[in-house]
Ligand binder design. Structure first.
Ligand code: NAP
Length: 336
């Protein structure tokens, strides 16, 4: 059990959480909508079940990464409930099997450790064997604010897990996505893109060796999530495959496992004032994965089930192009 909060810890936790809540409020006042993207009938309170009510996904296949926990688990549950065959991935086959077995509908567990590119390739190969086409690739798995710099083959862990692993997985599964009637890549980013370095991606510090700050590293990886989607959407123009990204809101899940205990305790006390339920947190990603009206919508960023323009480095196409070529360089032996 956690020790009781002292006054300083309560203030620190409260300040951090209040900032998150305030930011959410500020954003709502400043939302700028992109031209030509339809607004949906849903909002911040909608759940993943709400946004799929009446949608029959029978005959479709969806892959969800991080399906054993939080938003990924809820997404898998609802997609399967609506009739999709869901390939639920987790870091181990045991975790994936347990998660898949606990939901109603057709699911297939597959192991996927995003920091191990052999595992990513093995997952993609297995998926190709399971299904000739893939209607939805939901890149959901992630880690947040790992306290000390950890590297995998010289690259910092947030960047590898949250971006590079999904970049490689998507590239390997493009033939299956292209073979689908209307393939969709959905990448779960975060409002934490605002914590990324001012210039965007620190290409000269991808190891984190020069300086490492957990919030910045997480923010950079989440900025990378959307930049990847922008460049992917550009490259997919003229095909039926779309790519979009989203921020889900603030939701109590296992994502906060590395946060200080007093911040977690404070969230449990005051989080209800601005946090979403897991059911509502999963809504925007499931909406992007399934809403028929989004069949031709690609390259956009969403929150609360609607598109908005995030501005700044998030819309820097030169940065997106550089991220693409750098990501290719870092994964090249595994790309084909
Ligand atoms: N919760 C929020 O408030 C919030 C806000 C903004 C954005 N997001 C984003 O939402 C997504 C889902 O997060 P969540 O809140 O549902 O968190 P979560 O409950 O911690 O789920 C994260 C999932 O990612 C998996 N994962 C972590 N490292 C992995 C790796 N190396 N290889 C494969 N899978 C890995 C985890 O597996 P294990 O369980 O085995 O570790 C887990 O299944 C993340 O991308 C996160 O950045 C969440």
């Amino acid at each position: 059990m956690s020790p009781p909060l002292n006054r300083r810890e309560l203030l620190l936790g409260g300040a951090a959480l209040a900032t998150a809540g305030t930011l959410a409020g500020c954003e709502r006042a400043e939302i700028i909508r992109p031209d030509g993207v339809p607004l949906g009938p849903f909002n911040a309170d909608s759940t993943a079940e709400d946004v799929t009510a009446g949608i029959d996904l029978t005959g479709t296949t969806a892959l969800v990464t991080g399906a054993n926990s939080g938003l990924g688990y809820e997404s898998m549950r609802v997609l399967a409930l609506r009739g999709a065959h869901v390939i639920g991935t987790a870091r181990t086959l045991a975790k994936a099997t347990e998660a898949c077995a606990s939901v109603q509908g057709r699911t297939t567990p597959v192991a996927l450790e995003l920091t191990d590119f052999d595992s990513v390739v093995a997952c993609a190969t297995q998926v190709a064997g399971l299904s000739g086409s893939l209607d939805v690739l939901l890149c959901n798995a992630g880690v947040m604010e790992v306290p000390t710099a950890e590297t995998i083959n010289g690259i910092e862990r947030h960047f590898v897990t949250n971006h590079l692993g999904h970049f490689l997985l998507t590239r390997r599964l493009l033939p299956q996505l292209t073979a689908a009637r209307q393939g969709r890549v959905v990448v779960v980013a975060s409002g934490a893109y605002k914590q990324a370095p001012a210039d965007g991606i620190e290409f000269d510090n991808l190891s984190g060796a020069r300086d490492y700050e957990p919030r910045k590293a997480y923010g950079q990886s989440k900025l990378a999530n959307y930049l990847f989607v922008r460049e992917l959407a550009r490259r997919l123009e003229g095909t039926r495959v779309t790519a979009n990204a989203l921020q889900p809101g603030v939701i109590m899940t296992n994502l906060g496992r590395y946060l200080p205990w007093y911040q977690i305790a404070t969230a449990k006390v005051v989080g209800w004032t601005f946090m979403k339920s897991v059911e509502a947190g999963a809504a925007t990603q499931v909406y992007l994965a399934t809403w028929p009206g989004l069949a031709g919508v690609s390259g956009y960023f969403f929150k609360d089930c609607n598109p908005f323009l995030p501005g700044g480095t998030m819309e820097n196409d030169a940065l997106a192009a550089k991220l693409w070529t750098t990501s290719e360089d870092l994964t090249r032996p595994y790309l084909s």
